[in-house]
Ligand binder design. Structure first.
Ligand code: PGA
Length: 259
């Protein structure tokens, strides 16, 4: 059975003290958490400090981005080994803000994914269509292109290190969530792409998260839907109680599944 995952993408929010306070408070609330895997992706500046706090905890840390080169004259960038040495096991790659605000191409994202995997960092690979692409019936095509570019050449050994997040661009930070049916349909397309490239068993074990205006009020209907294995949460991950409520929904669902 796939493990349910809830990841927090804080984006450019929270200084070191705020990150620390949040993490401390969340850790206390999660003491009895058994089924759901939690990943916090704070800004780079908070990573190392939080990692010290999380030393004996099951909460994992991820970066929000990285460069594909090992080191060198890339002002403002950070490398995979820097993330690793700051306590990260994960890195978000191909987030729509990276794609559309910072013009990252599929080719660039692919280089980052390969670098992450060869440095033992698990990439959370985001894919998603823009509103106009959905409206013109191009959703599956866009997802297929983003998927193919990201996964080409990834071996069967490495594929189980990857997490996919379906994040429709029109749902991110807008308060508009994809309906469970819309999300499930696209996530089914993604699972079939994994199955076509590898096999059904690998596809069935691949965690596919949904992201885009997830909150506690819509988390239940989404997590109960086929093909949704958890969430990548932006805005609602900034307030510890809100984030905890989402985790709780997923945890209760996971417990129910095991009965
Ligand atoms: P949101 O962001 O939950 O604020 O919509 C999700 C994301 O960008 O990962």
């Amino acid at each position: 059975m796939r493990r349910n995952i809830v990841a927090a993408n804080w984006k450019m929010n929270k200084d070191v003290q705020e990150s620390y306070d949040f993490t401390k408070s969340l850790s206390k609330k999660l003491l009895n958490l058994k089924r759901t895997h939690i990943i916090l992706c704070p800004p780079f500046t908070s990573l190392f400090y939080i990692s010290e706090l999380l030393k004996n905890s099951s909460i994992a840390l991820g970066g929000q981005n990285m460069h594909y080169e090992k080191s060198g004259a890339f002002t403002g960038e950070i490398s995979a080994s820097m993330l690793k040495s700051s306590g990260c096991d994960y890195v978000i790659l191909g987030h729509s803000e990276r794609r559309h605000v910072f013009n990252e191409s599929n080719e660039l994202i692919k280089k980052k994914i390969d670098t992450a995997l060869s440095n033992d960092l698990k990439p959370i690979i985001c894919v998603g269509e823009k509103l106009e692409e959905r409206q013109s019936g191009k959703t599956s095509e866009v997802i297929r292109t983003q998927y193919s570019s990201a996964f080409i050449g990834i071996s069967e050994q490495k594929i189980n290190q990857c997490i996919i997040a379906y994040e429709p661009v029109w749902a991110i930070g807008t308060g508009i969530t994809a309906t469970p049916e819309q999300a499930s349909e696209v996530q089914g397309v993604i699972r079939n792409l994994v199955s076509e490239q590898y096999n059904r068993e690998i596809a069935d074990s691949m965690p596919i998260l949904y992201g885009g205006s997830v909150k506690s009020a819509n988390a239940k209907s989404l997590i109960e839907t086929e093909n949704i294995d958890g969430f990548l949460v932006g805005g609602a991950s900034l307030v510890v109680d809100h984030f905890f409520e989402i985790i709780n929904v997923v945890e209760q669902f996971s417990i129910g599944q095991e009965k």
